[in-house]
Design a protein around this ligand. Sequence first.
Ligand SMILES: NC(=O)c1ccc[n+]([C@@H]2O[C@H](COP(=O)([O-])OP(=O)(O)OC[C@H]3O[C@@H](n4cnc5c(N)ncnc54)[C@H](O)[C@@H]3O)[C@@H](O)[C@H]2O)c1
Length: 253
Amino acid sequence: MTSFTKQVALVTGAGSGIGRATALAFGALGAAVVVSDINDANGQATVALIEEAGGTASYTRCNVADAEAHKAAVAYAVATYGRLDIAVNNAGIGGNFARLIDQTPADWEQMMAVNLGGVFYGLQAQIRQMLTQPEGGKIVNVASIAGVKGMPMGGPYSAAKHGVIGLTKTAALEYVKKKIRVNAICPVYTHSAMVHDLMSQMPDMEERMRRVIPMGRFGQPEEIAQAIVWLCADENAFCTGQAIQMDGGMTAG
Ligand SMILES: NC(=O)c1ccc[n+]([C@@H]2O[C@H](COP(=O)([O-])OP(=O)(O)OC[C@H]3O[C@@H](n4cnc5c(N)ncnc54)[C@H](O)[C@@H]3O)[C@@H](O)[C@H]2O)c1
């Protein structure tokens, strides 16, 4: 397994689910991890888990909808550990589970602010720092299968995740000569607080979701984290601008 010793990784939304699993994976592989979230207690709990496992981590609050907060998070990483090699734009919300005509302007605006703006402003702050480093950097944006397929009852979510993939491809092309690689990961339903909230809204939801995944099960956050780690590995230096689907075979058919 690749080592990230002497590298610094920033993970947004790292207080829970896929973000926490990703922060733990980088910590276990030797990176110094900047854990960020809007839930301070959960973020600090992730730091404690990394430290208990022998890793290095610290917490800074970052509301990803706020461009200034991204600048501050990157500045914190540089002030604390001297650089930023890896950024994972993971924080996101599930939004209102409703048909298009029942989604309100507030539903739309919140989704765009967090799930799309959160990646856009993150990329800006992270790339500005990586441009100052001769080694460049690696960025992974957490999109979704809803970024490559429509999602009935999740119109704003699907629009935001399609947008994340567009930003990923554009950033990859703009900075390919600056040694900054930018990729996206597209998970299918993965066990996390977000998906459990969704399932609690509809009793038969879990079974219906499972049926559309050829492997017949949801993903685990740790499985998504390993794909993110792989995308950031220096052995994987030829891969940029991709949206990798982690979906138990769902989009193969
Ligand atoms: N779980 C799935 O099935 C699934 C599938 C595809 C994509 N995703 C994506 O994976 C990412 C992580 O989701 P998860 O499933 O781990 O959910 P989760 O709810 O377990 O974790 C999301 C984290 O993001 C944080 N967060 C929410 N709004 C924030 C904000 N404005 N600023 C900073 N942090 C914020 C939350 O506090 C939480 O810690 C999201 O982008 C989500 O869209 C999840």
